[in-house]
Design a binder for this molecule. Structure first.
Ligand code: COA
Length: 258
């Protein structure tokens, strides 16, 4: 179904692997189109409760946008490229279902931006992160200048983007860029286990948490107001009744996402 991705449905988790290992899984226009369609699948399929994005092969998650495609672009085409990329990555960020990045190697440029658009990042200990665009005479275009600041703060974000330095997984964890570091062999299971834990919680509440947290970063929206409204809406859900009843009856809640 996809030209540049492999997808596997694994017990409700859609596992999406960018599949251009000979090009370090670089994001060309085919990959971006396929990623957009894969995000549609996450949103629409009732049998999918969460997703993992990773890269094929042992070396790279995604080593950036496809540099070969940059050579002939005009400013207008550059704008279109950034717009299309930002739309896909924003849909990942605001997905009501959790999406995790399993970072299995180089996450550079657009690869780092893709990981940052996900809700959770787990990295193998051989992963490397960076925004090396200034080496090429460009800047991040898929949200990197904004999301890196959100995750690691202005000072470190500026340093990383101005020096083009690559950092290892452990440093990325210390900076707050990744949530967990594992061995390569444990990477997928660790990522799955986090999503499986989230899946034991009330799905509508999870979607509301994602929405409220994203609204913290929306200039034109008051996140506190969003929180009040979403909190109030919880009281019309059967999940809240079930969750509260299960607590009182000392049993595990059986949430239906209603
Ligand atoms: N776009 C297009 N092709 C890329 C790519 C990218 N972002 N990253 C790697 N590739 C290609 C290489 O051109 C090479 O293709 P070839 O075999 O046809 O020559 C292949 O992937 C393997 O890469 P190579 O550089 O030989 O591997 P390496 O192990 O020596 O180095 C990296 C790995 C990731 C450090 C190096 O490929 C790199 O710096 N890539 C670019 C990173 C970057 O600047 N990303 C931001 C882009 S905006």
């Amino acid at each position: 179904m996809y030209k540049t991705l492999t997808t596997t449905l694994n017990d409700g988790i859609l596992e999406i692997a960018v599949n251009r290992p000979d090009k370090m899984n670089a994001l060309n226009q085919d990959v971006m189109k396929d990623l957009g369609l894969a995000v549609d699948e996450i949103y629409k399929r009732d049998d999918v409760y969460a997703a993992i994005i990773t890269g094929t092969g042992p070396k790279a998650f995604v080593a950036g946008a496809d540099i070969a495609e940059f050579l002939t672009l005009s400013p207008n085409q550059g704008l279109e490229l950034a717009k299309r990329g930002q739309v896909v990555f924003r849909r990942i960020e605001v997905s009501p279902k959790p999406i995790a990045a399993a970072v299995n190697g180089f996450a550079l440029g657009g690869g780092c931006e893709l990981a940052m658009a996900c809700h959770i990042r787990v990295a193998s200990d051989n992963a490397k992160f960076g925004q090396p665009e200034v080496n090429l005479g460009i800047i991040p275009g898929y949200g990197g200048t904004q999301r890196l600041v959100q995750l690691v703060g202005k000072g470190k974000a500026l340093e990383l983007m101005m020096t083009a330095d690559m950092i290892g997984a452990e440093e990325a964890r210390q900076l707050g860029l990744v949530n967990h570091v594992t061995t390569p062999a444990e990477l997928m299971d660790k990522t799955r286990s986090i999503l499986q834990k989230v899946h034991t919680k009330a799905p509508l509440a999870i979607a509301k948490v994602i929405r409220c947290v994203n609204d913290y970063f929306q200039e034109d929206v008051d996140g506190f107001e969003t929180e009040m409204q979403e909190f109030a809406k919880c009281f019309s859900t059967s999940d809240l009744k079930e969750g509260a009843a299960a607590f009182i009856e000392k049993r595990t809640a059986n949430f239906k996402g209603e």
